[in-house]
Design a protein around this ligand. Structure first.
Ligand SMILES: NC(=O)c1ccc[n+]([C@@H]2O[C@H](COP(=O)([O-])OP(=O)(O)OC[C@H]3O[C@@H](n4cnc5c(N)ncnc54)[C@H](OP(=O)(O)O)[C@@H]3O)[C@@H](O)[C@H]2O)c1
Length: 246
């Protein structure tokens, strides 16, 4: 069912896919709040300052949003850091820690902050954001892929925990989408608006799919089932040859 007349918080909605999604939801008649560490006014959207690596910041943001919007009923955990790594260089650990703290622990903490509110309302939606990489690694982004595989697994467990509460759980599984973060890494990335067109269509399907997988993400999502995993993984490992010293 199309989201309309809902109150939607997109944590990680201050740029990229999250900001684009926020505009789509606002256009469909929803109240939308976008959150991030840099919440300067975003084209007329309401904003909240939140750093998902800081538990106190998450709770402050939660209290601020719920005080202003007691009817908040959709939370999107979009915050993410996408970094490449060279696993032969132990210095990568700093980036790895950052990605685990933001992409995985940040997701878990934001969900924890809002779940009691949604359960009390007896209705609502949590939308997590994994990636095609969760299902087929891109070895240059090793920890990133690991965090997204973890987000997928966590989402499946969360759905089981929330069964019967009225809170639904959906997962966005984006392919490479040409946000500034990704466009420089992958020239073949799907244009943001094209991606969002398909996402909005899939979100409106009834009953809503548990995973929102656009066409470009299908080969990644189903590589293992389709028997293409080994071949695609080898192809996706080729960029490692361009790392210094290889
Ligand atoms: N683009 C792709 O190809 C692609 C593919 C698969 C999955 N995804 C996922 O989609 C999501 C959005 O990606 P994007 O490409 O749109 O990236 P982006 O433009 O860099 O957006 C990332 C968002 O995360 C927020 N963020 C980062 N660190 C944060 C922190 N510590 N606390 C709170 N917010 C934080 C940023 O806001 P502030 O800077 O204001 O904090 C921003 O709003 C990510 O989860 C990403 O992993 C993207």
């Amino acid at each position: 069912m199309k989201f309309t007349n809902r109150t939607i918080l997109i944590v990680g909605g201050t740029s990229g896919i999250g900001l684009g999604l926020a505009h789509r939801f606002a256009k469909d008649g929803n109240t939308v709040i976008v959150g991030g560490r840099n919440p300067e006014t975003r084209d007329g959207l309401e904003t909240v300052r939140i750093d998902v690596t800081d538990p106190a910041s998450i709770l402050r943001a939660r209290d601020e949003v719920i005080a202003a919007h007691a009817d908040l009923d959709v939370v999107v955990t979009m915050s993410g850091v996408l970094l490449t790594e060279d696993l032969r260089d132990p210095a990568h650990i700093t980036d790895a820690e950052n990605m685990v703290a933001t992409n995985l622990l940040g997701t878990i903490r934001v969900i924890d902050a809002f779940t009691p509110h949604l359960i009390n309302r007896g209705a609502g939606t949590i939308i997590t954001v994994s990636s095609g990489i969760a299902f087929l690694p891109f070895p240059l982004m090793a920890t990133y892929g690991a965090t997204k595989a973890a987000v997928h697994s966590y989402t499946e467990s969360l759905r089981a925990h929330l069964k019967g509460t009225g809170v639904e759980v959906a997962e966005l599984v984006p392919p490479a989408v040409a946000t500034p973060a990704m466009a420089k890494l992958n020239p073949a990335a799907v244009p943001v608006e094209e991606y969002l067109d398909e996402v909005m269509e899939l979100l409106a399907v009834e009953p809503r799919p548990q995973e929102i997988v656009v066409k470009a993400a299908l080969p990644l999502r189903w590589a293992e089932r389709d028997g293409t995993y080994a071949e695609l993984l080898e192809r996706r490992s080729a960029p490692l040859d361009n790392l210094p010293g290889r």
